[in-house]
Design a protein around this ligand. Sequence first.
Ligand SMILES: [Zn+2]
Length: 477
Amino acid sequence: MRPDLVRALRLLLLCAVLSSATLVRAQDSGDKPPTGMTIHVVQRGETLFRIAQRYGTTVEDLARLNGIRNPAMLSVGQRLLVPSAPVQAEDAAIGIPTSYTLQIGDTLFKLAATFGTTEAAIARRNRITNPRQMYIGQRIELQEGSEGVRSIKTGWIHRVARGETLYHIAARYSASASLIQSVNRPRRPDLLYIGQPLVIPADENSFPLTDLPAPLARFEMTPAEQGRTSALRIVTLQPTQLEITFMGRPVTVFSDEARVTHVALLGIDALAKPSIYPLRVVSTAQDGVQRTFEWRVQVADGGYRSETITLTAEQMDLLNPAITQPEEQRVRQVVSAITPRRHFGGLMGLPCAAPVTSPFGTRRSYNGGALNTIHAGADFAALPGAAVYAPAAGVVVLAEPLIVRGNAVIIDHGWGIFTGYWHLESLNVRAGALVQAGDVIGAVGSSGRSTGPHLHWELFVQGVQVDPLQWTKQSFP
Ligand SMILES: [Zn+2]
């Protein structure tokens, strides 16, 4: 056999062993991509999202560039135009940050690859004994390093293109430059030659986590805090059904018609201990294949004050569970419904044109007892008879006098979001009425167990009472 053929076969064999994906540069394929562009040949198991991540671009841009209508329909061998960032000399000296905040999908491997160090070095520096206990929002201290080179089980073969540096190649594969260097042992790492094959090591288990594992394409979560609402938005690559559990509670997920965009609103109990809680996502694809993902999410302290309320024996009697419990159960039952029709959108308005005198979440102790209750709403100091407005559209599901809450209104805004208005002087609406934002639903009063005229406003997210004022400053997806 001809020696060059033997060499080619040997290389082919090496490729088969080492690579699950081969990056084909323009000069290999014979195609002439436009300036600033490269051709990528789709490999088995690749998604548009993964390709976009590899080239530092977005699914939307790749789809537009290649006229792809359905990103889920990629075929193996398909050629895609991808932008290739011009290589600058400065690329060889990428700055390494000294700290980093953990995001969804991060692993020690990804951090090590991104910041040119090793998993062991990061773990040691941050005293991480169990990587499973890392959580979103965790601050990681970093230091550049190249100790502890690992053995390689799988990887990619990359052929060096004109102008590429080791750092540029490392960045493209989210791999560590020092690791690539130690594996390939180039004589002059500063002088790579065009067409030079480089083995890009990849950890068989961890590498897929450098992006999100299929079918997840995008994962966004707003900060989780005691007594506040956190929004979770997930985009999947194909129609998927998601089941989410957070802090041990199942959370209802709302998906679009195509079942690729999914939103969940998480109400976080104001009395929940600030800590790290598991967020579990179970995805079920159209073919019935299920996958389970688990992340650790930090629930931050809500910064609430505490107060002691002194009551006389007679007033204490008003807290008698025999009186408060049946009403509490009634309200709980009303706000536990989850209506799939969404009425809210954008910021909520304020229900009353008056200052807030007592915010949501203040811890309360009665007569020096334990701080185990909270002020479950926001109080507006309005004059008796002042108008109370619906802050968003919805359906009135309760409008009647109650013993503790007085004349009460509860509006169902859909998706398990309810608002409650207590101690009203009069009611302007009946149960079953559809209201729009700004409609007058009643007048401020002091009915029920109230010490003076005020509006007490509450908001429930799938049964959990949270700060309603957050919804007047932040809109949810
Ligand atoms: Zn109140």
